[in-house]
Design a protein around this ligand. Structure first.
Ligand SMILES: Nc1ncnc2c1ncn2[C@@H]1O[C@H](COP(=O)(O)OP(=O)(O)OP(=O)(O)O)[C@@H](O)[C@H]1O
Ligand SMILES: [Mg+2]
Length: 339
């Protein structure tokens, strides 16, 4: 069942996606009209400050937005030409884990403490490869652990999550996520809980998955160094929207949105971005997603803002080939980096 012809280089096409939360305080637009594409075999970084909608974007793609308060309101999320939002829940289960998988920040949240690693991988394989026999599943589980570089994989199958280090647990989550293997892997701050060495090893693993298996990866992170060193393109989120999207080198050498420029201002060159270059807080507070201004959401914090910025939201536009920005004054952004 293909709705439209899938574009050859595109793994996932998100079109005008909106996800809302209803609460006593009103309606929060956690993801607000996001359009984004993830290309085949690329690692796309998604950055933005806390509460900008990064996790909700991933959960919306997986159709795992926590209900009933949260709900995908509109849009399209096409994988290989099929709009996931139009599938029944039963059809969606055929995609989750098989064709799209997600790794979360805290591996302890994804692993069940009372079952062995082998048991949990086996469970996932049972769903993803229902035709496989018990022996075949054990063999496959060992292969998966080996593919995420867990030493002595056969012995590890008997281990319980608490018997493994944080880095090893995250590798187990990656092994489970890879049981499909998926075309698309959503990794939501997968290394935040890890120390720097383990973090670097895990990121290398992700790069290898991209390079060797051609898995398309969405990497959500707060760390601009991680983006610089691992990603091909980057999407910057602000207040539930994408404000800039471009190849990584382009964004670091010439950001075209003031928010990106301010994030980069203290470490503007790609070369000086090292692991641990966390987002530098930008002055001011993030927008209240339940009471959004009609103009640009960043305007109250933007040094370039004028009357038009406060009145009218700038639509995201391709300002030069493969470089998108939602700003009325992309040409003035460079001035923010001149000191
Ligand atoms: N369970 C919930 N109930 C109500 N609103 C929620 C809920 N979860 C998220 N939101 C709203 O959605 C917005 C986006 O949240 P999200 O978790 O996607 O942010 P994030 O960019 O992943 O932040 P962080 O960097 O802290 O992980 C939040 O600002 C919040 O207003
Ligand atoms: Mg998050």
């Amino acid at each position: 069942m293909t709705d439209v012809e899938a574009r050859p280089n595109v793994a996932l096409e998100i079109d005008d996606l909106t996800t809302v939360f209803r609460s006593r305080h009103g309606v929060v637009r956690a993801v607000d009209g996001v359009s984004l594409e993830v290309r085949k075999g690329e690692m796309l970084g998604v950055v933005g400050e806390s509460g900008s909608g990064k996790s909700m974007l991933c959960l919306s793609i997986m159709r795992l937005v926590p209900g009933p308060a949260g709900r995908i309101e509109s849009g399209r999320v096409r994988l290989g030409g099929v709009d996931l939002l139009r599938l029944t829940e039963a059809e969606m289960r055929q995609y989750r884990g098989r064709r799209i998988a997600m790794i979360l920040q805290d591996p302890l949240m994804s692993l069940n403490p009372v079952y062995s690693i082998g048991n949990q991988i086996n469970e996932s394989l049972r769903i993803v490869h229902p035709g496989a026999g018990a022996k075949e599943r054990v063999q496959k589980a060992i292969e998966l652990l080996r593919s995420v570089r867990i030493p002595e994989p056969k012995d590890r199958l008997k281990a319980f999550p608490h018997q493994l280090s944080g880095g090893m647990r995250q590798r187990v989550c990656a092994a489970i996520a890879l049981s499909g293997p998926p075309e698309l892997l959503l990794a939501d701050e997968p290394t935040t809980a890890l120390d720097v060495t383990t973090q670097a090893e895990f990121l290398r693993l992700l790069r290898d998955l991209r390079d060797d298996l051609g898995v398309s990866i969405v990497l959500v992170t707060h760390d601009l160094g991680i983006v610089a060193q691992n990603c091909d393109r980057v999407a910057v989120m602000y207040g539930g929207r994408i404000v800039e999207e471009a190849p990584v080198r382009r964004v670091y050498s010439g950001p075209r949105h003031p928010y990106t420029a301010l994030l980069l201002r203290s470490v503007p060159s790609l070369e000086t971005q090292t692991l641990g270059s966390r987002l530098i807080p930008v002055d001011g507070t993030p927008p209240d997603l339940s009471q959004l201004p009609s103009g640009c959401r960043f305007a109250p914090r933007c040094p370039l803002a004028d009357a038009r910025c406060h009145a009218e939201y700038p639509p995201i536009t391709e300002i030069e080939s493969d470089h998108h920005s939602a700003c009325w004054k992309p040409g003035e952004v460079a001035s923010l980096l001149e000191v």
